[in-house]
Design a protein around this ligand. Sequence first.
Ligand code: FAD
Length: 470
Amino acid sequence: MTEYDYDLIVIGSGPGGQKAAIAAAKLGKHVAVVDRHDMVGGVCVNTGTIPSKTLREAVLYLTGMSQRELYGASYQVKQDITIADLLSRTQHVVGREIQVVRAQLLRNHVELLTGTGRFLDAHTIAVEGSHRGDRHTITGDKVVIATGTSPARPSEVDFDAARVLDSDEILQLQEIPSTLVVVGAGVIGIEYASMFAALGSRVTVVEQRERMLDFCDPEIVESLKFHLRDLAVTFRFGEKVANVEVNDHATVTTLVSGKRIPADAVMYSAGRQGMTEELDLAAAGLEADHRGRLKVDEHYRTPVEHIYAVGDVIGFPALAATSMDQGRLAAYHAFGEPANELGSLQPIGIYTIPEISYVGATEAELTASAVPYEVGTARYRELARGQIAGDSYGMLKLLVSTTNRTLLGVHVFGTGATDLVHIGQAVMGCGGTVDYLVDAVFNYPTLSEAYKVAALDATNKIRALDRFAT
Ligand SMILES: Cc1cc2nc3c(=O)[nH]c(=O)nc-3n(C[C@H](O)[C@H](O)[C@H](O)COP(=O)(O)OP(=O)(O)OC[C@H]3O[C@@H](n4cnc5c(N)ncnc54)[C@H](O)[C@@H]3O)c2cc1C
């Protein structure tokens, strides 16, 4: 029988890798996680989710943005906000999160090997730049690849890590730009565009498609665009970047249409590429697609049966939330532990200012598949809590089946959207109907009460239809 150094080797310590390692350790397995010393916790903790969400919180607090309806348009907690003000909070939270990850691995006797992992064969991995010397070779019975992604960088653009940056580098800006071009209106691009706009930067968003966030409810995306335009964001839809010129003081972005946009800085957020180049996949009998992603089956198994892949490196939905569960399920499958599949009802959260969240179907999807539904809407300004919080623009929309009164979708825009959505998710997940929300008593005053208001709106409309029929 072959003896391996570890039952499981995990490459990458982001959410997918961490949870795979912990799940295997809880099953009594001997586990090692490999990652670079400055990347413990992955993109999630170091350059992606955690820094961007902390930055957002700092922006909201320091600008006093969410209090302006109450105290006036010029209200600001700190007058001259500097990049140092923003980064101190971000660095604090990132530092604490890294400690949490390290402590969790340690507590569960998972060995953290620092370095870059590369396959020598399907069970053997070289860890280069490791703390045990320049190169260290380890063997594992099972392997989980959780190497995530890095920002795609178009070859025609010279990234200088100072004025022309990708989204992983944006926190290296030396000062808050007065003007900023954001290339790409995907989730990451539009989140950062809204944060810099809230800080007072004049932001131009360039997007080659004609629309943005087209997987979301169009009414909510319109509301977001209205808000961002109000914060001096200019949208250039249907436009492509031809090139970006940069000198010591500024940049000029030239579009294929001939428009030239001067700005202090440019942030590229035009997709991400699977981090598989350094893995030497061929040595393990694997190959990635043209975007560096790996193919897996329903158990997160690659074509080489003992090698699993989870998280962003396998593509959609590429979220921290799903990556964690994929890691856990891959480890369970690898060691024969029975587990339920991942629930199909997964929420989407977009941390723009204001934020967006939804679960279930959109109106466009229901209409395309000819599913009859009614809409129930609650506006935050009709809720006492909305008035108290100074949020008059927020809204919650329920899509309700007119056939059996089940909830088909929940769409939220405004304060607390990414938390509020889970109430709808729970009702939908348990097969609940709109009547549960009509009959339930909610704390008052809360934003959750929006569910009741929207449910009453939907049921009143359905009742009007029923009356007509009788
Ligand atoms: C700006 C931004 C904001 C985001 N916001 C959200 C959000 O609000 N909510 C959400 O759910 N998701 C968000 N995401 C997505 C989320 O960060 C990812 O889905 C998640 O981090 C993916 O986890 P992962 O396990 O694939 O690994 P990652 O977090 O991508 O980490 C991969 C790790 O693998 C390591 N690695 C790569 N190659 C090697 C190698 N050869 N050897 C050793 N180690 C290697 C890397 O150093 C890295 O540490 C955001 C992403 C970005 C960029």
